[in-house]
Ligand binder design. Structure first.
Ligand code: ATP
Ligand code: RIB
Length: 316
């Protein structure tokens, strides 16, 4: 039987205000519209993979509030197996998101039920974790749960993709157990002990080497409309430019990338080819509003690639 992609991560309701410009501290701006979408980095990656026909099972928690049932339903609608998603007392995770007219965003996440996903929950679902062909996780659940998952993954020799988002410093003991580390620019800077900063191409290349030195096996640096930098343990690193699309909402572009990357690896594709396909999936996602609703199907990806989209030349 085919092994599942198992996602251990967060499930949020996204409350999204569209504005012309994201306000600075102390400022009030008029919103253009308000919408709610199912989100959360874990759930987004699960939905991205399932929409692409991956066999996906999720371990997570929602609250017993007005949002919990709806969030579960939206996962199931996308063919994510939610038998290991528990409904617990208290509120569901929520994300307050402001987007601007360039498609950029600022996000505040209130973890709610996601904070209650403990290592004991991995023990309760140990057969599911061990059955995985690949494991995906992120940092919107307690770090100790991510660390325990990494320990199990290493013991069982199951590839682990860690999206180190939201940005924070991580112990080398965790990074050593990660097969695929996929930070964006801010996450890269914080992992390396710097404040958030814009990285030049040269600094990106140096950062990938530094992340290898901290222990991660393979590194994919996700750089928005500059594309990504793929540094594998056994091949020369390579830049993959982003597709030239009109971004409407970049929320969950990184999640689209990770979900698609996992599906491609599970389908036996080579890592570089998988990252290139994931870039197309992520590019489509930024042309659509919302997190989970923006994830494409395989036929939409085929059509996008047939339409011979150009690459952006935004490297710096
Ligand atoms: P998020 O936290 O919103 O999920 P992220 O910050 O982790 O996203 P990004 O680097 O923004 O990740 O995006 C991931 C990938 O999506 C990029 O490496 C790129 O391939 C693609 N992408 C992002 N923004 C754009 C864009 N404006 N145009 C084309 N492709 C994009
Ligand atoms: O990665 C995007 C996600 O981050 C959003 O869906 C939001 O829930 C936040 O967790």
């Amino acid at each position: 039987m085919a092994k599942p992609i198992v996602v251990v991560g967060s499930i949020n309701l996204d409350l999204v205000a569209a504005t012309k410009r994201i306000p600075t501290a102390g400022e009030t701006v008029a919103g253009l519209s308000f919408q709610t979408f199912p989100g959360g980095k874990g759930a987004n990656q699960a939905v991205a993979a399932a929409r692409l026909d991956g066999l996906v099972r999720m371990i997570g928690k929602v609250g017993a509030d007005a949002f919990g049932e709806e969030l579960l339903h939206r996962l199931q609608e996308s063919n994510v197996d939610t038998s290991a998603v528990e409904m617990v007392r208290g509120s569901s995770g929520v994300a307050l998101i402001t987007t601007d007219e360039k498609g950029q965003n600022a996000i505040t996440v209130v973890p709610g039920a996601n904070a209650k996903l403990t290592p004991a929950d991995l023990d309760s679902n140990i057969d599911l974790v061990r059955s995985a062909g690949i494991l995906l996780t992120q940092l919107e659940i307690p770090l100790e749960t991510v660390e325990y998952l990494a320990t199990i993954a290493a013991q069982q020799r199951i590839p682990l993709i860690l999206d180190p988002a939201p940005a924070r410093f991580l112990p080398p003991s965790l990074l050593k157990r990660v097969d695929w580390l996929t930070p964006n620019e801010t996450e890269t800077s914080l992992l390396l002990g710097h404040g958030p900063q814009n990285l030049s191409d040269h600094e990106v290349e140096e950062a990938a080497i530094a992340l290898f030195q901290l222990g991660s096996q393979n590194v994919i640096l996700k750089l928005g409309d500059r594309g990504c930098y793929v540094a594998l343990s056994n091949e020369a690193p390579q830049w993959l430019p982003a597709y030239d699309v009109k971004a409407v909402d970049t929320t969950a572009a990184g999640d689209a990338f990770n979900g698609a990357f996992a599906v491609a690896l599970m389908n036996g594709r080579e890592p570089l080819e998988s990252a290139a396909w994931a870039s197309a999936v992520a590019a489509i996602s930024v042309t659509r509003p919302g997190a989970q609703p923006s994830m494409p199907t395989p036929s939409e990806v085929d059509r996008f690639l047939e339409d011979s989209h150009c690459f952006k030349s935004t490297r710096v």
